[in-house]
Design a protein around this ligand. Structure first.
Ligand code: XIL
Length: 359
């Protein structure tokens, strides 16, 4: 792995290096890649992508190839995308993305084997009756098919819930069908079928100082502790990190404590879905972009101080592709919570990522 010193001297060009070292924006023709910035601290940078968008948008393709070490399929590795009907497999988009990644030497995060929201209706019926064989078959086909392309799997996505701050396992289709052991069962099955892959659980809502997120942090720590005690094959925890400017300031003490507790439990961490929800979109653009960049920097400075954090993935690269667009009122200004704007111009958030990763 490249040391920071080696990176800085290999980069050579004075403006970019000075910008990288000082945390200022990289300007003009010289731009420090997110991948190189991340490698400087022994980490990776990645993004969630869709194969159709990479294919149809040269600017996205170029940004992916310039900035990323790792890709996460935004949609196409989910169960309902791979097998929408019983025995009907639609793997072509996922296959295409896997070929693209492998062809360009990119690693992949497999996202996600089990997620309530992406479980197809036909499988839900079987799961509700406690029929584990549907899960088993799904894992076998998918883990086998993508064994060479995918190094790390989100085996269970979003297992935690904390209604009114009382943290617990989420009452999802798997919990109802198989009981609370489903997480351990899924990890154990995944390890058997993909012995070389790193196995993770992935969830959101751990960043801010409020009772719900406090409950979520506690519930996640309890889950990880229980899994480790039973020697369940869990390697890491994914923190989605959908940051949110309406949720108040990030508190270093809280986040530090959470990361330290995870380190004590012997798991590593990946930041898996970073973006920033702005809420107030009435300010001038430069101010909105500054706020997004500041939140990104504040968050990353806290979490990247912990060596267990192995990499950072943003949930998309361009604001034009953000999943938050699907959730906003029609006609409202688009959220600006990703590193590039809608025309693939880098924004201050990208500079914040470069300097935080390289720090
Ligand atoms: C989202 C995608 O971005 C959307 O396009 C899709 O319709 C629904 O899923 N947490 C996750 C991701 O773990 O899988 C979600 O992705 C965003 C929230």
């Amino acid at each position: 792995m490249l040391s920071r010193r080696a990176l800085l001297s290999s980069l050579g060009a004075a403006t970019g290096v000075a910008a990288l070292a000082s945390g200022g924006p990289a300007s003009g023709a010289f731009r420090v890649n997110l991948r190189d910035a991340a490698r400087a601290s022994g980490r990776y940078f990645g993004a969630a992508v869709r194969p159709d968008q990479i294919e149809s948008e040269p600017a996205l393709r170029a940004a992916v190839l310039a900035d990323c070490d790792s890709l996460t399929p935004e949609i196409h590795f989910k169960w309902d995308a791979l097998q929408p009907e019983a025995n009907v497999w639609t793997t072509e988009p996922a296959d295409k993305l896997a070929r693209f990644a492998q062809g360009h030497g990119l690693t992949m995060r497999g996202h996600a084997l089990l997620w309530d929201q992406s479980t197809p209706a036909w499988a839900r019926d079987a799961i509700a009756t406690g029929d584990w064989s549907v899960v088993e078959r799904h894992f076998r086909v998918v883990l086998d098919r993508y064994a060479d392309a995918v190094q790390e799997w989100d085996v269970v996505n979003e297992p935690i819930d904390a209604p009114e701050g009382r943290g617990a396992l989420r009452n999802n289709i798997f919990y109802r069908g198989f009981g609370p052991d489903y997480v351990a069962r899924a990890l154990t099955a995944a390890r058997q079928m993909a012995p070389d892959a790193r196995l993770m659980i992935n969830d959101y809502g751990f960043e801010y100082d409020n009772p719900v997120e406090e409950g979520r942090r506690t519930a996640m720590l309890h889950l990880v502790e229980a899994l480790r005690k039973q020697a369940t094959p869990l390697d890491g925890v994914g923190l989605q990190a959908h940051l949110d400017l309406s949720k108040g300031p990030l508190k270093p003490k809280i986040l530090d404590g959470f990361l330290r507790n995870l380190a004590d439990l012997g798991v590593y961490v990946a930041i898996t879905e970073l973006d920033v929800n702005e809420h107030d979109r009435s300010l001038p653009t430069y101010e909105r972009d500054r706020k997004v960049a500041d939140e990104t920097r504040r968050y990353l400075d806290i979490v990247l101080a912990h060596p267990i954090v192995q990499g950072v993935t943003t949930w998309g690269l361009s604001d034009r592709h953000s999943w938050l667009l699907d959730q906003q009122v029609a006609g409202a200004p688009a959220n600006r919570g990703l590193p590039f704007d809608g025309s693939f111009h880098p924004k201050p958030m990208r500079d914040a990522l470069v300097s935080a990763l390289a720090a």
